[in-house]
Design a protein around this ligand. Structure first.
Ligand SMILES: [Cu+2]
Length: 118
């Protein structure tokens, strides 16, 4: 497995910036797994509503979603938790190799403090 670089959007954690969500926004993330392994993706602090089409209010609510090889998986998130949160693959050797991001829920995407309460 050491010939692989594990990350998001082709970058491992040490090469990446924080992902910023604006406090209170409802957002959608599309995750495309272009590897040959499943990745259990875990977001701390907020729920991910697994997009299954139909009535959005009845979609399953998850902290961790399993993204299969060659799968496009979509989740909806309400950024209702100010602060910094881990977003990572739950296979620890993937996380340790770089499949990790910090999500910052901020007051404004225009810049300023990363603390939504500031
Ligand atoms: Cu993984």
């Amino acid at each position: 497995m050491h010939q692989f670089i594990w990350g998001f959007d082709g970058k491992k954690w040490s090469e990446s910036d924080m992902i910023r969500f604006e406090y209170g926004e409802r957002l959608r993330i599309n995750m495309i797994n272009d590897t040959m392994m499943s990745h259990p993706i875990h977001l701390h602090g907020m729920w991910m509503d697994l997009y299954a089409g139909g009535d959005l209010d009845t979609n399953p609510r998850k902290h961790t979603v399993n993204v299969q090889p060659a799968e496009l998986l979509t989740v909806d998130i309400t950024a209702d938790a100010p602060g910094q949160w881990a977003f990572h693959c739950h296979l620890l050797y993937h996380m340790e190799a770089g499949m990790f991001r910090t999500v910052a829920v901020v007051r404004s995407l225009e810049g300023g403090s990363i603390n939504a309460d500031a």
